[in-house]
Design a protein around this ligand. Structure first.
Ligand SMILES: *Cc1c(COP(=O)(O)O)cnc(C)c1O
Length: 344
């Protein structure tokens, strides 16, 4: 029985063809700036997003951290959504390692932030207060594509208050495919953007930070300090190149699978008269199920596992479609979850 893993798109495996590309990569010492594959990839990704420079990072957490460390000083603060990854899921790195204070605000239902609320958080120039330096946003957030108009307004807000603007675009490629907005336009409002290659795009390792050349120069120093200066990293770069060549357009398949899964689940729950769960319509590759209790969710996760289907056991259950979840299994996944919910 092959396992179907819907816990995250981070579980995607490098394909045989990707591994072959990695094995064949030209390499050099990237800390010396001599890895031809890394140099070419960084130039490629900078151009892809219309920025001056790009930096290969070990993870999205490192890439976001470098963005904060290179644009904020000790005693300065960044504004961020309280559910955003940069604040909530990165172990407080900016505060621990940079002395950078997070100022959180609630996230709105569409995944954006309220600029009027943010305005109340920007500090006056007063020795009592940290210095407000940067606004960190996210796209996609919990699978939701944030409206472009919000980012345009956020850029104006940043200009008004003299702030830098960073985007955690871990799944920006999903938003790009879902909306058909050009990547350059999506990155344009921001001073820096972080994107992940090891999620839906299927590379085994790697995120990229794109920004102006000076920000990337400072980020490169921080990356070295954090132990992220890798040597023959061309092996990693070749996997990412392969992902950019082959795996961007196919994200549309994942989005189709997510809709198919949500529809099948909804139909199944309705047919069965199950009222202990609600299904959120997906915009990209994530289907959220809200169960009435943690117990039902835990039972569903257990029953699914017995059938070779891995899902989180949380009350708010996130199901993520990706390149290792073929369309052919969606129907069975829905059947198993519907049956398990009825039995729970
Ligand atoms: C996955 C993710 C990251 C980065 O995670 P890593 O596991 O460190 O690569 C950053 N932001 C968001 C929104 C993410 O989903």
């Amino acid at each position: 029985m092959t396992t179907i893993d819907l816990r995250s798109d981070t579980v995607t495996q490098p394909s045989a063809a990707m591994r072959a590309a990695m094995a064949a990569a030209a390499t050099g010492d990237d800390v010396y700036g001599e890895d031809p594959s890394v140099n070419a990839l960084e130039a490629r990704v900078a151009a892809l997003f219309g920025k001056q420079a790009a930096l290969l990072c070990t993870s999205g957490t490192q890439s976001n951290l470098l963005a904060l460390l290179s644009q904020c000083q000790r005693g300065e603060e960044y504004l961020v959504g309280e559910e955003y990854h940069t604040y909530r899921y990165e172990a407080g790195g900016a505060a621990v390692l940079g002395g950078i204070v997070p100022q959180t605000v609630p996230v709105l239902s569409d995944g954006s932030l309220d600029l009027a609320v943010l305005a109340t958080k920007v500090k006056a120039d007063d020795p009592h207060f940290p210095i407000t330096r940067l606004l960190a946003l996210e796209n996609t957030h919990t699978g939701k594509v944030i409206p472009a108009e919000f980012f345009t307004a956020a850029r104006e807000f940043a200009n008004t208050h003299g702030l830098r603007l960073h985007l955690d675009g871990a799944r920006l490629f999903n938003a790009h495919i879902a909306t058909e907005q050009p990547l350059v336009a999506m990155a344009a409002p921001f001073d820096s953007v972080s994107v992940c290659l090891s999620k839906g795009l299927g590379a085994p390792i790697g995120s990229m930070l794109v920004a102006d050349a000076n920000t990337v120069r400072i980020a490169r120093r921080w990356r070295k300090m954090l132990g992220g200066g890798m040597r023959q990293a061309g092996i990693v770069a070749a996997g990412i190149d392969y992902a950019l060549d082959h795996n961007i357009q196919r994200l549309a398949d994942d989005h189709q699978c997510a809709i198919k899964l949500a529809n099948a689940l909804q139909a199944g729950f309705t047919a069965q008269g199950t009222s202990t769960v609600t299904v959120q319509t997906p915009q990209t590759n994530m289907v959220y199920l809200d169960f009435s209790s943690a117990e039902v969710a835990a039972t569903v996760a257990k029953r699914c596992k017995e059938q070779g289907i891995l899902v989180p056991s949380s009350k708010r259950m996130r199901l993520v479609t990706h390149l290792d979840v073929p369309a052919s299994v969606i129907h069975r996944v829905a059947e198993v979850i519907v049956a398990a919910t009825a039995s729970g």
